[in-house]
Design a protein around this ligand. Sequence first.
Ligand SMILES: [Zn+2]
Length: 415
Amino acid sequence: MPQAPAWLAELDALYDANIRVEGLEDRRFQPEQWWNVAAPLANAADGFAVEEIGRSVEGRPLRHVRWGQGPTPVLLWSQMHGDESTASMALADLFRFLGEHPDHPLVQRIGAGTTLHFLPIVNPDGAARFQRRNAQGIDINRDARALASPEARALHELRERLQPAFGFNLHDQNVGTRVGDSGRGTAIALLAPAYNEAREVNASRARAIEVAVAIRAVLEPYIAGYMAKWDDTFNARAFGDLTQQAGVSTILIESGGIEGDPQKQQLRKLNFLALVGALDAIATGSHAGLPHAPYEELPENGDTWPDLLVTGGTLAVPGQPRAHVDVIVDFEQPLLWREGRIREVGDLAGRNARRTIDATGLYIVPFHPPGPTAGRGTPAFGTGTAAHFHLSRDPEGRDVVWTLAGDIDPAQPAP
Ligand SMILES: [Zn+2]
């Protein structure tokens, strides 16, 4: 494992004081909000050039941002899945670092060695709804071959025009995904995508692996044991794979989750530090010759654990026979434990989850969510229903010890 770069502690401190951009504290920001924050940073006086290269299905602008005068072109794109916003936040921070710290040695090196090209928020219509797909229902990362969507065409045409040497494909992955067969959640997963079915390593992919090793060296002091490798099965419809195939050394960065980091602000910082480390390695050529082992030996992403498992309770629904059950609940906003929905009911012994509540000796008593209840009858409880139930010492729900009302109350996360 290469040592962490000597500049890491200084940049970490500078980030907290003078790099993190305000206005992106909620990861469900609107794309227009992102540009309101980022556009003043990407100004010509600080060496940026911005051009509109297309429009989304709903007419939102797709903008290419350029910075730097170095010989090595690098293309970075974020949020082609609209609900994967972590790297977009980090790109705004990167704009600020590059623009407002021109004398910083890292900025000088990156500016002299690379020309950076950004396509932030490839899928602004999806971002506006915080959904994966674009406004036509197309998964843009399965549209790299067909190019049916205007967003995919814009990214493809930009890549064809720029012929970058390196590409960064920036995503978020499921918060429940574990590192290998461990119980640890993946904070960040890396991939140097394959360019063919045989998953061979040519010179271009080898450079991507070297850069992934440089990224691991930056992140290791923060999230050792919480990094994984994405599955490198070749996918002929995905941008990372086809970009690698085109001879662009491509690195996929997937931000997963860190418990207690509900808005992914810590992951945002780690994205920033990882990108600076990668770009410095590219600018100086210091990635060349790095051993592949620290990348190859990363455990792959393993199982995806559900969010909440309630074990050993007795289901008490009026008019139904009592039943001894376990319950799995998944949350629409898993890091915030919001918008829970029942996923499974029954004997789930031996299952794992991000959080487990032992309800032995307690009754699971469903209740109606807030709103008019007249004529609604027995509260729904079953796979797919919103998770509204008490854990109670009595079957009528009078002696309640814990309540899940769709969202988990942060003041009482468990009984
Ligand atoms: Zn994605």
